[in-house]
Design a protein around this ligand. Structure first.
Ligand SMILES: [Fe+2]
Length: 257
């Protein structure tokens, strides 16, 4: 076996090796570093399966969140026992875990009824895992490459039509041109979604987050026209600190340890 063949199988040796006492979020970070850092092109299906298996094993406490239902008579508090009390949050909240040039990790926490409107992920691979609660997802892929003049828009095909995802659901994945790259979330109950974005959004590098309005086409079931809109004024996302296990970041991480 030559060196390049050996490097190819390192992630899969790691997959089967003992976790060596690493936290699950550390395991996720290390795997993302292996798969995404400094790599050209898209991950292989084996790598995607590896990341999904790690995500499927994650629970709210692994990222510093208590996802259990609060007693009705308990005063609304933001945290308890060193964890963010997810079900006490009254507005959409993003818990930033990590971001580097190659990927980002974070958690969107939703109160019941909150909606993250239609938005895209240009050139990105996105893995999402519901940690608690349930959420309805609508997603689309461009059917015709979108025009960008005067604003981005075009014809899309429905990929997920109000599909309900819950903590028991497997992690989902979308790709730059498939899998539902444009999506919206509506929280059916208080819920949280752990997201991995690779690469992260970047206005400077041509990966802005664009929001869209939707006009269904009555005569063409499963298709809609999307048009770029300004950031919705009623979209407010609060920030909350990450309270989970400390991440050990290795700028020289090469997948071997
Ligand atoms: Fe998204």
């Amino acid at each position: 076996m030559n060196a390049s063949e050996l490097i190819d199988i390192v992630p899969f040796i790691q997959e089967r090796a003992p976790a060596m006492g690493r936290s699950k979020v550390q395991e996720l970070y290390d795997a993302c570093s292996t798969v995404f850092s400094g790599k050209e092109g898209f991950p292989t299906l084996k790598q995607i399966r590896w990341l999904r298996e790690i995500l499927d094993d994650m629970e709210p406490a692994d990222v510093g969140i208590d996802g259990s239902r609060s007693p009705v008579d308990e005063p609304k508090i933001a945290s308890r026992g060193g964890l963010i009390l997810g079900q006490a949050l009254t507005q959409m909240t993003y818990v930033h875990i990590h971001e580097c040039d190659d990927f980002s990790m974070g958690v969107f926490c939703f109160p019941a009824g909150a909606k993250l409107p239609l938005h895209d992920h240009p050139g990105m691979v996105v893995l999402s895992k519901v940690l608690y609660g349930s959420v309805s997802v609508r997603s689309y892929d461009w059917f015709i490459t979108p025009s960008s003049r005067p604003r981005k828009g075009g014809l899309v095909k429905v990929e997920a039509d109000d599909v309900v995802l819950q903590a028991q659901s497997k992690a989902s994945v979308l790709f730059p041109r498939s899998g539902g790259n444009i999506h919206s979330f509506t929280a059916l109950t208080p819920c949280a979604i752990l997201d991995v974005l690779a690469p992260p959004y970047s206005d400077e590098l041509g990966r802005p987050c664009t929001y869209f309005s939707e006009t269904p086409i009555p005569s063409l079931s499963g298709f809609s026209i999307l048009e770029e809109i300004d950031l919705p004024e009623d979209l407010v996302v609060a920030g909350a600190p990450y309270l989970g296990p400390e991440l050990i970041l290795d700028p020289d991480f090469d997948g071997l340890y």
